[in-house]
Design a protein around this ligand. Sequence first.
Ligand SMILES: NC(=O)c1ccc[n+]([C@@H]2O[C@H](COP(=O)([O-])OP(=O)(O)OC[C@H]3O[C@@H](n4cnc5c(N)ncnc54)[C@H](O)[C@@H]3O)[C@@H](O)[C@H]2O)c1
Length: 400
Amino acid sequence: MIIKPKVRGFICITAHPVGCEHNVLDQIKVTQAAGHDAAKGPKRVLVIGASTGYGLASRITAAFGYGAATLGVFFEKPSSAEKTGTAGWYNSAAFDQAAKQAGLIAKSINGDAFAHETRARAIEIIKNEMGGPIDLVVYSLASPVRKLPDTGEVVRSALKTIGQPFTNTSVDTNKDTVIEATIEPATEQEIKDTVTVMGGEDWALWIDALSAAGVLAEHAKTVAYSYIGTEITWPMYWHGTLGQAKQHLDNTAKQLRSRHPGLDAYVGVMKSVVTQASAAIPVIPLYVSIAFKIMKEKGIHENPIEQANRLFHDRLYRADGKAAPTDDEGRLRLDDWELRDDVQIPCKTLWPTVTTENLKQITDYAGYKHEFLQLFGFDRADVDYEAEVEADRRFDCLEG
Ligand SMILES: NC(=O)c1ccc[n+]([C@@H]2O[C@H](COP(=O)([O-])OP(=O)(O)OC[C@H]3O[C@@H](n4cnc5c(N)ncnc54)[C@H](O)[C@@H]3O)[C@@H](O)[C@H]2O)c1
């Protein structure tokens, strides 16, 4: 099959297996070049949301930086001979192949991480196939919907402000034009539902279940990813519905620390990057295009793989053996470079001057578009997109 991108709104409904494989191999190379000390790192790692974005980068860092056995949980559409799979499916297939070639244990579950059954399956795999208890749990889910595990009720999140509508410059990524976007305030129910989907409840269910089953190592660590951002995006993110969910995550980390003595439970505040999840958030694509431009000029640009490598190397598994430095709330701050004044002040200055005409000159919108397509395995110079390719990729993956 010849596979071309088909972009619909903020998603691409096709993915290229060879491009995705190259993306994974690139991330492995970055990790291997980072010079991690395998003896200091995790041995057995569970990554929830392991197939794309920050979760995939964390899995690659654990496996190829530290030689860890990994169990990845994700929710992806498998490929068939007639239809492409999702990018996360192809990424996971490529990861599985590379890990096995490197002699690493790699187990995967394709299923709903919010379901008790998926947790039970993961626990079985840890008991029987991981060679011991888990010493790191990375929680990296991004989902617009959660089926509650006890009742089966389906709850949806809302990407909205709280209190006031918020109008700001944004970019229409389909038309490549700068627009005014207004984001409406959420109802009380929408706020509550967003916290239910993207807050810490499910993270806690995972940790409690792993602990109760005796498959969590005594001095294990866990990190759940968060975003705070800056004044530019606060009205719609940190002060909006998603911010409420992320504050719930902060409280959950505190509860987990007190409920599980010996467990290092962290929220990891990461920088803004191009992922399938962030592409869906209004205003973020324009903010990212501006911030990337400035961070690239300063030589401090990072993608998820560089962020994950820095998280492991400089925070969670420090060479000096010291505890990870945190902010006052106990969070790990990997957004430190993005929040520097010499990044944020130029961002604020540039923001009001962006128009459709100068979008590509004064921001890194071209870089944003490239990275978006690359998420799905497209727009890579080293892949022949005119060539026939086998769309179906199979690997050792338990279907949940
Ligand atoms: N993208 C950013 O700019 C950014 C910045 C800071 C923090 N974060 C946070 O990082 C985390 C991961 O986001 P991302 O941007 O890497 O997203 P992503 O869309 O790339 O990845 C989401 C992952 O969750 C999995 N998933 C979704 N629903 C699932 C379900 N029901 N069961 C099992 N797996 C499921 C997907 O398969 C995928 O592996 C989120 O908490 C997000 O808020 C993202």
